[in-house]
Design a protein around this ligand. Structure first.
Ligand code: EPZ
Length: 418
């Protein structure tokens, strides 16, 4: 296993380019199950989660050609419909093969994804919607066995906006008989990116990006070329890092319309932010103001940036209240930040962060993808030696060579084997 070592105290300066969005690439890759022929996907990040979905689909007979960040996919010769527990347990987003497999072949057997560090992560809303579309399902040995002759369009209401739930049912509906309406749908940019690819494939979809999406089933789809949107969570991670290290960083390749909530909160914290075509420049203040944050579904403040923003507020002047409303257990990074001298009090879904003079270097342990990013940010400003972040396989799931990108901005950071 590797660790990342950081010698803090170096303001970030310079220019960095964000990679393609992991959470757009994953459903876009599974959407290739919907038709035979070669798809060409560009701006695919080289990440562990991308490798996992490729391994799962390869076991179903999908052909892949991956060079740099360009991925060619062909589902013409599918030979199976089962996703094994060993792979699914490492990535919950594997559930995203359920909708397209049922749409294309009417059969799927997938291990029920377990929970993870940040919460129970049920998929009941996915299954309820598929049942409404005529799918017969039963649970056996932890596997969902699903079968349908032909999916039927239905009126679906999600009790809560679910990103992968919206994506899964959108992919199920594009080849269904009749019209499907998704109400209380999630509005994340990654859903809009998937919808735009599905439309290019010949699907009839409207309303993506709003709470109501209407899909009219078509007979068949065709393979396409698609460029994945930039990763707004990676971009936000760099923006927060620039602000808390008193740096000045230009982040290119990001969509500022995907980052409005983050820009608003960082400006409130005292950062100077310039949005320019295809990028943003962030200049950090001498001392950050404390800012309250409540995570919400898009376009609210993203839960995937809560841990990173909390790391920044550890050094702000005053107290910040951070409310996590999306997941029930997304404060695991708090105890590790406290080992670095942070002063944080948790009460249910809220964390009161009392700003302090400085954070102290320490060995810490990553527990999930975004928590590991927050510990790296804390290490960038920690004093008194080197911070070591252990178990960074979590980080490699969702960030492409993050330590190299930070080193390119002047951070003293490197990867070392344990
Ligand atoms: C997606 O997860 C992202 N993953 C997550 O990013 C992100 O944190 C999350 O959306 C919220 O934005 C991918 O896109 C691959 P949800 P997802 O369904 O779809 C509850 C990262 O770090 N819910 O929108 O699994 C659920 O428990 C990852 O990149 C149900 O109750 O999240 C949660 O409280 C972490 N039943 C809320 O809805 C369901 O059937 C939102 O979850 C589905 C969800």
């Amino acid at each position: 296993m590797d660790k990342i070592v950081i010698e803090g105290g170096h303001p970030l300066q310079g220019h960095v380019t964000v990679s393609g969005a992991k959470n757009a690439a994953l459903p876009i890759i599974t959407a290739c199950l919907l038709t035979g022929g070669w798809h060409r996907l560009e701006n695919i990040p080289r990440l562990r989660d991308i490798e996992t979905i490729i391994r799962i689909l390869s076991q179903l007979g999908v052909a892949f050609e991956f060079e740099q960040n360009s991925l060619r996919v062909n589902s013409g010769q599918l030979s199976g419909h089962e996703a094994a527990y060993e792979l699914v347990k490492t990535m919950r987003a594997s559930i995203l093969i359920l909708g397209p497999l049922l749409a294309r072949y009417g059969r799927a057997k997938i291990s029920l994804p377990g929970g993870c560090a940040i919460g129970a992560r049920p998929v009941d809303l996915h299954l309820k919607a598929l049942a409404a579309m005529g799918v017969d399902m039963f649970l056996d040995q932890g596997y969902i066995n699903a079968r349908v002759d032909r999916l039927k369009g239905a009126e679906i209401f999600f009790d809560t906006p679910t990103v992968t739930g919206t994506e899964n049912i959108m992919m199920a509906a594009v080849l269904a008989e009749g019209e499907t309406t998704l109400r209380n749908a999630a509005r994340e940019p990654e859903i809009q990116d998937l919808a735009s690819m599905l439309r290019d494939m010949g699907a009839d979809i409207e309303g993506d990006g709003t709470h109501t999406i209407t899909i009219r089933g078509v007979k068949e789809l065709r393979p396409v070329e698609h460029i994945v949107i930039p990763d707004r969570i990676e971009a936000g991670t760099f923006m927060i890092a620039a602000a808390m290290t008193r740096g000045e960083v230009h982040i290119s390749g990001c969509r500022t319309d995907h980052l409005s909530a983050v820009i608003e909160k960082l400006e409130a914290a005292g950062a100077e932010i310039q949005t320019i075509e295809g990028g943003v420049t962030v200049k950090g203040p001498e001392i950050m103001n404390s800012v309250d944050v409540r995570t919400m579904p898009f376009p609210g403040f993203p839960t995937d940036l809560q841990a990173q923003f909390m790391a920044a507020m550890c050094l702000a002047e005053g107290w910040s209240m951070i409310r996590e409303t999306v997941f029930e257990n997304r404060f695991i990074h708090v105890s590790e930040l406290e080992r670095m001298g942070a002063d944080i009090e948790i009460n249910g879904g809220q964390a009161l962060v009392r700003g302090c003079e400085h954070l102290l270097a320490a060995p810490v342990m990553a527990t999930d993808l975004r928590a590991s990013a927050s510990l790296i940010l804390a290490g960038l400003v920690a004093e008194g030696g080197k911070t070591e972040v252990h178990r960074i396989y979590h980080l490699d799931r969702g960030y492409e060579a993050l330590e190299k990108k930070f080193a390119g901005l002047g951070a003293k950071i490197w990867r070392q084997s344990e």
